[in-house]
Design a protein around this ligand. Sequence first.
Ligand code: ADP
Ligand code: MG
Length: 259
Amino acid sequence: MTTVIQAKNLDLTYQTNDGPVDALKGVDLDINKGDFVSFIGPSGCGKTTFLRAIADLEQPTGGTLTVNGMTPEQARQSRAYGYVFQAAGLYPWRTIGGNIRLPLEIMGYPKSDMAKRVEEVLELVHLDGFEKKFPWQLSGGMQQRASIARALAFDADILLMDEPFGALDEIVRDHLNEQLLELWARTNKTIGFVTHSIPEAVYLSTKIVVMSPRPGRITDVIESPLPRERPLDIRDTPEFLEIAHRVREGLREGHAYDD
Ligand code: ADP
Ligand code: MG
C-alpha cells in the first residue's frame, strides 16, 4: 500500500492578536493511495487548516507533513492535487468551460489538449453539454459539480474537498454523494473530504477521521468495513449505523459543551 499523505506529530499554531491558537496539535495520520478519507468534527477543530497545510496554503509550525513523499510545496509545484472549496467560486463572467480551462491556461497547458480535457472532466461530473453555459444558469448542485470538474482539470491523483456540499439541501447532497463515489471508483483518486455530516462521512469514506477542538487534534480514526460499492440504502444497514454511532461517540467525547 502506498502512503500518499503522511502527517507526523504535526502542529500548526496561528499567531493572532489574542495570542497563539493551536489549530492542529500532534496530528498523526497516514492516507493511502485510493483512500476516501473524511474529516469530521465541530467548527474550529482544524479541518480546513489540515487540508490547507496539505495544499501548502498554511505552514505547519511543528512535525512533518509529506504529500507523495515530497514537501507540500514540491507537491503543489508538481500539481499533485486538486482543491474544491466550500463555495463553488466560479467566475461569473466565464462560461463553465472557461472556468475549467482557467487553471490549465494559467499553467500553459497545450491549447490543442484543452478542449478534450474540458470535455472529459465535464463528462465525469455529468455536466456534458454545459460547457457554454454561465454559472448563474446552473443550480447550486450543478455549480458545485462544475467546481469539482475544475479541480479535476489536471488529473491530479489527490482531490481535496472542503465541505463541498455543505450549502446544499439533503436530496441534492445524496445525489452528489452517489456521483462522487462513482467518480472516485472510476478515477481511482485519493480523496480528502471535510464534512459536518455523520451520514455523509460514513457513506463516503474508507477512513473517517474524528477531530476535536482546542487544540485541534484527532480523537479517533475509523477504518470502514463497508464495501466500496455502496448503494444509498446501505445507510439503513446495522453495519452503517454502528459506524455512525462510533463517530457520534467520538464527537461527543471530544466536545466540552462549554460553548
Ligand atoms: P474548521 O475548518 O475545523 O472549522 P479551522 O481549521 O478553520 O477549523 O480553524 C481552526 C482554528 O484555527 C480555529 O480556532 C480558527 O479560529 C483558527 N484559525 C483558522 N484560520 C486562522 C487564521 N488564518 N488566523 C488565525 N486563526 C485561524
Ligand atoms: Mg472549515
